[in-house]
Design a protein around this ligand. Structure first.
Ligand code: PEP
Ligand code: MG
Length: 758
């Protein structure tokens, strides 16, 4: 069964259209289950009907010709209840209904299963048979498994179909395909999609019309010639290692690309109008699939050769193509996975948005995108990369959504929001010069989070009063080896000087989780519960000591450094780290560097640290709450997983109770406590966090002005009333609603769009 499923999924994945996908499903399911009929009905949301979309065994002329309501027929029964229905005599069921001309008369046994994707009913799959018999439990389980597996593929194919429609077709309202992912950088971006692939990847090449067939054909021939030369070179290089027989294999290898074989097929497709990359990818993938299905293992392995050859040719085609790309003035970068080099591919003044299939809100490239202030949505699992290039896209970086080919009304709405954002930016500009004050004049220290050089520039523009979190790992992530002590010293010196005399809180290397150094890979099955943050650096004192020495030396003559330890779960980690820092301090003093010992802080990011907040506060100099991780670990919700993003509730009462507990522990020990997770820069959260008693809020530079404006609308007594009103609330939506109301009453609802953390 697994083999049948695997093939089915592979074939459906490769289908060019929803129609093809459905045809494959009905044919293969009927064959696998040895039934007389297999049919798929799909849910058409505007008409609220289950449309007869594909069949093997019933009258195919009826495909697309009729639909059933949810209260009609056995199919409606399955759809309404979202559960399977297994009958030996379908016509005896009270909800049974004949459809004229469908050809169901001979069939008695009926088994239907709903197709559900992320709680959404997509349709119903039905098998039928002449015999009067109930389908076995095994058959029922098989159909349920098939439908669960296919749901994602159908959703994907439906979306691809919607994207291919013209934007102003009669299906206007459906034509805006909406996709959801993780909101990685707030803002609205409207532009034309451009796909950038870091490595040649046959799977992600879009199909596209050749602008000039002759040019494409020439490019293909040149790429082929280059690959031939490469392979001959490889063969020559291995002359001493391989015998003549083995070397003959390279000849076979090269023959694959001959005109009489795959090369000829690619050329024919180009002549038919497809661009070279598309033609290559289609032909190669078809043959790879063919080889992969071979029974004989030797032949199956040829798939690897074909893929390798195809990838090599594609690499040359893309290199040739890359120089010619002329990106539109407003370009939305779409990629399978963002890398710093893909980000650098598109000129900054043309880049208006970023969308990627993989990645999480805090991957290093996203941090980079955020520093550049480009709206971004990542982790869009259903992203149909092949269909997107040249389509118009709206990136809603506030809500983690993208819209493909939006219809006129939707587009106008987002253009309006973009214009509002620009106006707001202008309106708030003067606030950059001022401190954050409550309506009754209390000063609220707003600090900034930094990581890359662009952050420093923006932080200065927006008037930050200190750095609450300098993510030192970002500069480690952007290299191909560990930076030396001197390289680090210079980087840290720049940070300290840029903000001097304001404090700069440098976090020691926080890698692991979703932050992997290319030159120090950490392979773990559960990385967020694995070797992360201080656990890594205490196991590698050489890394920790080098970093701390660089920080201390950078601080000479400035004295605005604070050191912060990430992912602390036990008091011992603080003690050992402090001992190492003391050792470094003695060393640098003995070397003649006169830097003082900086304050040492602990990040509160895991539940254990919440319960240990009091002793940690007593032994450390300050605390800083990493609410991104704290929320993840308290709620057991992966912060980078789009599928559970709805459960990642920063206003969950458990999170809020933890925050209050931490503040109390810090203040009872007469230590200051700041918050540096995304929550601090959320306009909905900031008044609450101030009311709770945080001593500083540290956020991205782009949030500073908005938060100043929001805080200026509350007096301190209003803030304490607000927090006592929220304390008894039992769910995140209740808290969010109360905060929304508080903002709306002060005319601040237009800032709510920037509150992406609800
Ligand atoms: C946090 O976890 O809230 C935090 C600030 O650290 P990071 O996002 O870098 O993990
Ligand atoms: Mg963290």
């Amino acid at each position: 069964m697994l083999e049948v499923l695997r093939r089915l999924i592979q074939d459906v994945n490769a289908a060019d259209s929803l129609e093809d996908a459905l045809l494959l499903i009905v044919a293969q399911v009927r064959a696998a289950m040895q039934t007389d009929v297999c049919t798929i009905y799909l849910h058409d949301k505007p008409s609220e009907k289950l449309i007869f979309r594909a069949t093997e065994g019933l009258n195919k002329d009826k495909v697309g010709q009729f639909g059933l309501s949810f209260d009609e027929g056995l199919v409606g029964w399955v759809a309404t209840r979202e559960e399977p229905l297994n009958l030996d005599d379908a016509s005896a069921h009270p909800q049974f209904q004949w459809v004229e001309g469908l050809g169901e008369e001979p069939f008695n046994a009926f088994l239907g299963a709903p197709i559900v994707h992320q709680r959404d009913l997509l349709g119903v799959v039905v098998v039928q048979q002449e015999d009067h018999r109930r389908f076995s439990e095994d058959e029922e389980a098989f159909l349920i498994t098939v439908s669960a597996q296919l749901a994602g593929l159908i959703a994907h194919a439906e979306l691809a179909g919607a994207i291919s429609q013209s934007p102003f077709s009669k299906h206007d309202t459906e034509s805006a395909a909406r996709l959801s992912g993780i909101a990685a950088c707030s803002g609205i971006g409207i532009g034309t999609a451009a796909w950038v692939s870091p490595h040649a990847d046959l799977q992600t090449v879009p199909s596209r019309q050749a602008a000039d067939r002759r040019v494409e054909l020439k490019a293909f021939r040149e790429a082929l010639a280059s690959v031939r030369t490469d392979i001959q070179q490889v063969a020559e290089n291995l002359e001493d290692e391989l015998g003549p027989e083995d070397r003959a294999l390279f000849g076979v290898y090269l023959n694959i690309l001959d005109d009489s074989t795959l090369g000829g097929e690619v050329a024919a497709l180009i002549k038919a109008g497809e661009w070279a990359q598309g033609a290559l990818s289609q032909v190669m993938l078809r043959h790879i699939r063919h080889f992969e299905r071979m029974e004989h293992s030797y032949l199956r392995e040829r798939a690897v050769d074909v893929r390798d050859l195809g990838t090599r040719v594609l690499g040359y085609l893309q290199d040739a193509n890359r120089q010619q790309v002329d990106y539109p003035d407003a370009t939305v970068l779409v990629a399978e996975e963002l890398t710093a080099s893909t980000l650098g591919e598109i000129p900054r003044d043309k880049l208006v948005g970023i969308v990627s299939m993989r990645g999480s809100a805090n991957s290093h490239t996203v941090i980079l995108a955020r520093a550049m202030g480009i709206p971004a949505v990542v982790g869009v699992e259903d992203l149909p990369l092949k269909r997107l290039p040249d389509q118009r896209l709206v990136v809603d970086g506030y809500n983690g959504r993208i819209y493909v080919n939006p219809h006129a009304d939707l587009l106008a709405r987002f253009e309006g929001l973009l214009a509002e954002d620009e106006a707001l930016f202008e309106e708030l500009a003067p606030l950059a010069e001022r401190s954050a004050l409550t309506a009754d004049g209390a000063l609220i220290p707003l600090w900034v989070n930094t990581g890359v050089a662009a952050d420093v520039q923006r932080a200065r523009e927006f008037g930050a009063e200190g750095v609450g979190l300098y993510r030192t790992e970002v500069s480690f992530l952007l290299r191909d080896r560990f930076p030396s002590e001197e390289e680090q010293r210079q980087l840290y010196r720049e940070q300290l000087e840029a903000f001097h005399p304001a404090p700069v809180t440098m976090r020691t290397l926080d890698i692991g989780g979703d932050k992997a150094l290319p030159y120090f890979p950490i392979e773990e099955s559960n990385p967020f519960l694995g070797w992360r943050g201080i656990r890594v650096t205490l196991d590698h004192p050489e890394i920790f000591l080098t970093q701390v020495r660089a920080m201390l030396r950078a601080n000479e003559g400035l004295t605005n450094l604070r050191i912060l330890l990430p992912m602390v779960t036990a008091i011992d980690e603080l003690r050992v780290a402090r001992d190492l820092i003391l050792r470094c301090h003695r060393e640098v003093l003995s070397e003649g560097c006169s830097a003082p010992l900086p304050p040492l802080g602990v990040m509160i990011e895991v539940p254990a640290a919440v319960y240990l907040a009091r002793p940690l506060a007593e032994e450390a100099d300050f605390l800083s709450v990493g609410s991104n991780d704290l929320t993840q670990y308290l709620l057991a919700v992966d912060r980078g997983n789009a599928r559970v993003a709805g459960l990642y509730q920063a206003f969950h009462p458990a999170v809020l109770a933890a925050l209050e507990h931490i503040i109390e522990a810090a203040h009872q020990s007469a230590k200051s406590v700041s918050i540096c997770g995304e929550l601090a820069g959320d306009p909905r959260a900031a008044p609450l966090l101030v009311a709770m008693g945080f001593d500083q809020l540290s956020m991205n530079a782009g949030s500073l002005s908005v938060i100043k404006r929001v805080l200026s609308a509350f007096t301190r007594s209003e803030l304490s009333v607000l927090v006592s009103k929220l304390r008894p609330m039992r769910s995140a939506p209740e808290v969010v609603a109360a905060l929304d109301l508080a903002l709306a009453e002060r005319g601040l609802d237009r800032f709510l769009r920037r509150a992406a953390t609800a």
